[in-house]
Design a protein around this ligand. Structure first.
Ligand code: NAD
Length: 260
């Protein structure tokens, strides 16, 4: 089970979870496109990964909410390496407000990055996978694909939506050898989560330590954060699984915060 020479696009991979997935894939010999809003950061990440090898990486500028930008970015990868074997739709943001105060434009922004992003990147990659007769699409869900938390109406809605999208792709893609699955991590200490700690403390009127101990890790079996490497390992499993048996699934990696 390996990704040697597999052509992979990972959105939002200039940093955080996406970066760790890219690192894991390149360590396994994959060719990885670091597709991110920030081209400079994507190029920097790609250069560092290529240096590590044995695979290689390129930076690709992509705003996942923009259809023309997504199509151009995917085409750039196809022109460079000749196809797309794996898509990890990972780009995402967090915005927290109580529902009654949630600004509509912020709601739409969050849904667009998570849901339009997953839709547009999948739509752009599928023709290339169908042509090859194989492919793997991985959506970055969350424990919030299965569980709700206060203040996170847009995020919980978007992450639940990704389960549905992946299941449809699994059914439509089966005839073409394309699989689709969702990873559902618990809290991982990335810039996205670091930003939430003071925000949630202010919204809920509690200390930052209480946000970590009670809100973020209170439900885990061992009060541990999930790591980017944990998530990358699950991404590798979904990407490299050798048969089409593993499709339409979601896997929770959260130190037991959510069990099913
Ligand atoms: P992060 O903020 O560290 O990284 C997100 C990356 O996405 C950045 O490089 C950013 O430039 C990029 N990005 C943002 N908007 C974009 C857009 N419109 N187009 C292209 N790229 C864009 O975040 P992270 O914590 O690594 O999160 C990655 C994914 O994992 C997200 O979907 C997030 O919801 C999910 N997730 C995170 C956690 C966690 O605890 N960190 C838990 C579960 C799920």
């Amino acid at each position: 089970m390996n990704l040697n020479k597999k052509i992979c696009i990972i959105t939002g991979s200039a940093q955080g979870i996406g970066y760790a997935i890219a690192k894991r894939f390149v360590a396994d010999g994959a060719k990885v496109a670091i597709a991110d809003l920030r081209l400079d950061a994507a190029n920097e990440t790609a250069a560092a990964l290529t240096k590590m090898g044995p695979g290689e990486a390129i930076g690709v500028e992509m705003n996942v909410t923009n259809e023309a930008a997504v199509n151009a970015g995917v085409q750039q990868v196809v022109d460079h390496w000749g196809g797309v074997d794996v898509l990890v739709s990972n780009a995402g943001i967090q915005i927290v407000h109580e529902l009654q105060d949630f600004p509509f434009d912020q709601w739409k922004k969050l849904l667009s990055i998570h849901l339009d992003g997953a839709f547009l990147t999948s739509k752009a990659c599928l023709p290339h996978m169908y042509k090859a007769g194989s492919g793997a699409i991985i959506m970055m869900g969350s424990v919030h694909s299965k569980e709700a938390s206060p203040l996170k109406s847009a995020y919980v809605t978007a992450k639940h939506g990704l389960l549905g999208l992946a299941r449809v792709i699994a059914k439509e893609g089966a005839a073409h050898g394309v699989r689709a699955n969702v990873i559902c991590p618990g809290f991982v200490k990335t810039p996205l989560v670091e930003k939430q700690i003071p925000e949630q403390a202010a919204e809920l009127g509690i200390s930052e330590q209480e946000v970590i101990n009670k809100i973020m890790l209170g439900g885990t079996v061992d009060q541990e954060f999930t790591t980017v490497e944990d998530v990358a390992e699950v991404a590798h499993l979904f990407a490299a699984f050798p048969t089409n048996a593993l499709t339409g699934q979601s896997m929770v990696v959260s130190h037991g915060w959510f069990m099913e």
